[in-house]
Design a binder for this molecule. Structure first.
Ligand code: PRP
Length: 179
């Protein structure tokens, strides 16, 4: 285990199992859709969307947006900035937004509303981790890998100051690292 990690919350094996389960459910639910588009929110989504898309046994397209809300600290500021937009329009498509973690929900609420306004046929959300305790805005989350408390977690895409994204597991960061 990395020296800055207090404890592992989701192991590599557990994450793989969650991706399998979520992928199977999504495959079932979208079986009649002819226009599924996964929209990954960079950068945290990268490992998750890579694993999840390979567990979905359907034709699909993949798009990315870069949306920022943390700006380097450990708390979400709630301010949502679009740093990179979609390459292809999502009008008339069934959009599934793929998130690594939801805290306040502000990022997703903003993006869900935006993609609906752009004429998507449907907009749903899948997240690997849901920190419901941190929720500020009301938000429907359609697929949740795992619910967690408010601990500051890193790994498998999640960062602190851009580090730790490459860990194969999700773990709690030692307080001394960010104090
Ligand atoms: C994180 C995370 C979500 C968002 C959740 O992204 O990936 O997109 O914050 O916070 P919220 O529910 O309070 O809005 P971040 O802005 O840190 O970008 P990153 O994925 O590049 O690390």
């Amino acid at each position: 285990m990395h020296k800055d990690i207090e404890k592992i919350i989701l192991s590599e094996t557990e994450i793989a199992e969650l991706c399998k389960q979520l992928g199977a459910q999504i495959t079932k639910d979208y079986a009649n859709s002819e226009s599924l588009t996964l929209v990954g929110l960079l950068k945290g989504t990268v490992p998750f969307i890579a694993d999840l898309m390979r567990e979905i046994d359907l034709p699909l397209t993949v798009e990315y947006m870069d949306v920022s809300s943390y700006h380097g600290g450990v708390e979400s500021t709630g301010e949502v900035k679009i740093l990179k937009d979609l390459d292809t329009p999502v009008a008339s498509r069934d959009v599934l937004i793929v998130e690594d973690v939801i805290d306040t929900g502000k990022t997703l609420k903003t993006i869900v509303e935006l993609l609906k306004q752009r004429g998507a046929n449907s907009v749903k959300v899948v997240t690997l981790v849901d920190k419901t305790i941190k929720r500020i805005v009301e938000l429907d989350v359609d697929y949740i890998g795992c619910k967690m408390g408010g601990e500051f977690i890193v790994g498998y895409g999640l960062d602190y100051d851009e580090l730790y994204r490459n860990l194969k597991y999700i773990g709690v960061l030692k307080e001394e690292v960010y104090q």
